[in-house]
Design a binder for this molecule. Sequence first.
Ligand SMILES: Nc1ncnc2c1ncn2[C@@H]1O[C@H](COP(=O)(O)OP(=O)(O)OP(=O)(O)O)[C@@H](O)[C@H]1O
Ligand SMILES: C[C@H](N)[C@H](N)CCCCCC(=O)O
Ligand SMILES: [Mg+2]
Length: 211
Amino acid sequence: MTKPIVVTGTDTGIGKTVFSAGLAGLLDGFYWKPVQSGLHDETDSEVVAHLAGLPSGRVLPEAYRLKSPLSPHRSAEIDGVSIDAADLSVPAVLGPLIIEGAGGLMVPLNRQTRFIDIFAQWRLPVILCARTTLGTINHTLLSIEALRARSIPIIGIAFIGEEVADTQRTIVEFSGVPQLGRLPHLDPLTGEALRDAMIAGLDLALITGGE
Ligand SMILES: Nc1ncnc2c1ncn2[C@@H]1O[C@H](COP(=O)(O)OP(=O)(O)OP(=O)(O)O)[C@@H](O)[C@H]1O
Ligand SMILES: C[C@H](N)[C@H](N)CCCCCC(=O)O
Ligand SMILES: [Mg+2]
């Protein structure tokens, strides 16, 4: 059976949730956001539930739901909650599971542990979402170095945004990490448009290893 896939990114707000929704929908899988910080607007799980069109029960409950839209370590402190990294064991489900972190790899869960530390413990393959806009070469290559330093397997890079051919090429050439494709900015962003754009823009066989 397909291993769970971790969807991470070079930063917060770059489109991990939208990409995760597209992927979970295409794979007819499950989605899990272990730590949600920010409960005022639609949560990532709610966005995925409506965009991916998954049957109910395929969006697993978060392990931590924190009120403030801040780094989880700080949001937890404000709520008087202590995030125990040992609580974040990957749920067993019958099907492909997409797991989304919060922000980028070095985002802290508490004063000792960052997302990248639990990803290293899990040893699950990751997809790195990256913007195509200026500044992304640096963020993406640094993220890849950090993953490699911990022997975290990288499935590939999913670019998000309009095509910037030289930027994408430069990242792939310097890193040697495969490009899985690109999800453009969608307006309007609907479940149907997302599904079509994922099929047109992403190489699903590279993601699933041809399964
Ligand atoms: N492909 C896209 N087309 C249109 N809008 C998008 C796309 N990707 C992301 N967005 C929009 O950009 C904003 C940030 O995206 P998203 O919530 O997916 O970021 P994120 O990386 O998951 O952030 P976080 O670190 O908070 O989890 C949202 O308003 C989302 O609707
Ligand atoms: C609140 C936001 N949407 C994310 N859930 C958390 C992003 C944390 C980023 C921390 C940082 O890198 O400075
Ligand atoms: Mg998100």
